[in-house]
Design a protein around this ligand. Structure first.
Ligand SMILES: C[S@@+](CC[C@H](N)C(=O)[O-])C[C@H]1O[C@@H](n2cnc3c(N)ncnc32)[C@H](O)[C@@H]1O
Length: 546
């Protein structure tokens, strides 16, 4: 199925005599070729099937109510609308930060397609057939809020990554033939990775396996979803969208999607109880394919997995003959062929390149081209700053490695074990020797900083020996916790990288009187979604300045 979409506004449709009686709030001229039908989606605020019966033949008449509900929320890949969407994001940021004195916003545009390096897809089974689906909790929540507030603009959703999944662009969806997403929902919904990059392993497809096969966290999530909606609110089902291709995903990701699904369909051992496929690719053609199951993996699985790996080399030209890593996962079991990481190469504006091991289960910036802009911007913003850098939430050393050259010494900490291990390997691979890594949460770091607790994980590091005058933070969407946010005021220079302008704005209230914003950047990591990534450089105000 193919979809071509543009976003227009209400006028044209509302003017049409055929559309009288339908309250159109936005039009997504989504021409969807579906089972031979050509459809145009007119998005109504309340798209009840009964309303749509009176609509012209080009209006969606989907058989399933769920499809009607989900269609208005498909983010559409439309290069022509991209610039306007980016400008709207800039305007949103300016409005949000209107209580600050903001310098000119440096805005970095993303490639308009094939910009996403990693994604997770649930697998839906229908008889002998299976296909990829994505769920969009954020869209469901936004739809509820919008309907209730009678307010056409979507509020900030809880997730990018999740993108990711927040960061979750939904494109070219093919929903109508899917069974209802709400009532007979599977035990859990897969959205993209959460902010720390660990994708939720959730059951897709026909819920045949029963709750005893779910992990604790999956059961908790399923239970949470079943909780009754608060009084006075309508409970919307999750949006589920069939995805056969993924234009925002890298070219290699798209090749892998097609090849993996074609092969899996023909091999029962690989297909049976497969509930999720994670694909992680790099700019230089590396890939890691993870297949997640609700059953034990046996020798027959291994045999077919070896064949799948070879098949991918032959059918994905962008691999350039390189074997991808292939991982099979089921509860308490991991079978690996090749490496459980990819090695990305990122180049910054001054021409230097850095290599990054990006492990399965650890956070990696999803939009690699945008990540290069972020690194270049941070390098420039911190050039000329003296002494030492403290970096919290350092992940695999994404910022640490290039920025180390701007400082005498660096202390970098991160919570996730897998990311710390990758960061240590990355420092070595890039011959960076002035960084001290510690596996500490930000809250723990504050305890160490204040001398309240000694951590063996800091390996005897004496923080008083450093002149830590610059702080770099890149927290998850929730922003800084109540303890860490207090740290901001203690630093002369702060670089705050954020995927959530709302929590960024909240956190910066703390230092609005003591620090001023010197630079502000908008990195469009997540085109066609409402999500915004920002970079801010703040410096302590000179004595006497307001
Ligand atoms: C948005 S990612 C940024 C990672 C890295 N700066 C990068 O650019 O790839 C946030 C990181 O914070 C880590 N994290 C989450 N909660 C944390 C906490 N309480 N303390 C320290 N790190 C945390 C996650 O594991 C993740 O690596």
């Amino acid at each position: 199925m193919s979809a071509k979409a543009t976003t227009a506004h209400t006028g044209r449709a509302a003017d049409s005599p055929k559309m009288q009686g339908i309250r159109v709030v936005a039009v997504s001229d989504t021409h969807v070729s579906l089972n031979g039908l050509r459809l145009v989606c007119f998005l109504t605020r309340n798209p009840q099937p009964s309303t749509l019966k009176s609509a012209p033949s080009t209006v969606v008449r989907a058989e399933h109510e769920s499809a009607l509900r989900s269609m208005p929320h498909l983010a559409v890949v439309d290069a022509e609308a991209y610039q306007a969407q980016l400008e709207a994001k800039e305007e949103r940021v300016r409005k949000l930060f209107s209580d600050f004195e903001l310098p000119q916003i440096s805005s970095f545009a993303s490639p308009t397609q094939h910009y996403r390096m990693r994604a997770e897809f649930s697998v839906w089974h229908q008889g002998e057939d299976c296909y990829y689906v994505m769920f969009d909790k954020a869209a469901a929540a936004a739809a509820t809020a919008r309907a209730e507030a009678e307010e056409p603009l979507a509020p900030e959703s809880d997730d990018p990554a999740g993108l990711a999944h927040a960061h979750q662009p939904h494109v070219n969806g093919k929903a109508p033939e899917l069974p209802a997403a709400g009532g007979a929902s599977p035990p859990a919904a897969a959205t993209e990775a959460d902010q720390n990059g660990a994708g939720s392993a959730e059951q897709g497809g026909k819920p045949s396996s029963g709750s005893q096969e779910l992990t604790k966290s999956q059961r908790r999530k399923a239970k949470k979803r079943k909780a009754p909606a608060p009084e006075g609110t309508s409970k919307r089902p999750l949006q589920r969208v069939r995805v056969d291709d993924f234009p925002v995903g890298s070219v290699l990701m798209n090749e892998l999607m097609t090849a993996v699904m074609a092969f899996v369909k023909q091999h029962t051992t690989l297909r049976s109880k497969l509930f999720q496929v994670n694909l992680h690719t790099t700019l230089n053609g590396q890939a890691l394919v993870s297949l997640l199951y609700h059953r034990k993996l046996d020798d027959a699985w291994k045999e077919d997995a070896v064949k799948l790996r070879q098949n991918l080399v032959n059918s994905c030209p962008s691999l350039k003959g390189l074997e991808p890593g292939l991982m099979g996962r089921s509860r308490g079991e991991k079978i690996l062929m090749g490496e459980d990481f990819v090695t990305e190469k990122l180049t910054v504006e001054d021409g230097r390149s850095f290599t990054y091991r990006q492990p399965e289960g650890g956070f990696a910036q999803p939009n690699a081209v945008m990540c290069q802009h972020m690194l270049s911007w941070a390098l420039d913003a911190t050039s000329g700053l003296e002494d030492d850098l403290l970096e919290l939430y350092c992940g695999n050393g994404n910022f640490t490695i290039p920025l180390a050259s701007n400082f005498r010494k660096v202390v970098a900490t991160e919570l996730a074990k897998v990311s710390v291990a990758a960061a240590v390997a990355n420092l070595e691979a890039n011959a960076v020797s002035n960084v001290h890594m510690g596996r500490l949460s930000s809250e723990e770091f504050v305890q160490a900083w204040r001398g309240e607790r000694v951590f063996a994980r800091l390996q005897g590091l004496d923080l008083s020996e450093f002149k830590l005058r610059t702080l770099l933070v890149d927290p998850p969407r929730a922003g800084l916790d109540a303890v860490t946010v207090q740290l901001l005021a203690e630093f002369d220079n702060i670089v705050y990288v954020s995927c959530n302008p709302t929590t960024l704005h909240e956190n910066l209230q703390r230092i609005r009187d003591t620090h001023e914003i010197k630079r502000f950047a908008l990195f469009d990591q997540f085109p066609y979604t409402e999500h915004i990534e920002c970079g801010v450089l703040l410096q302590r105000r000179k004595a006497g300045a307001a």
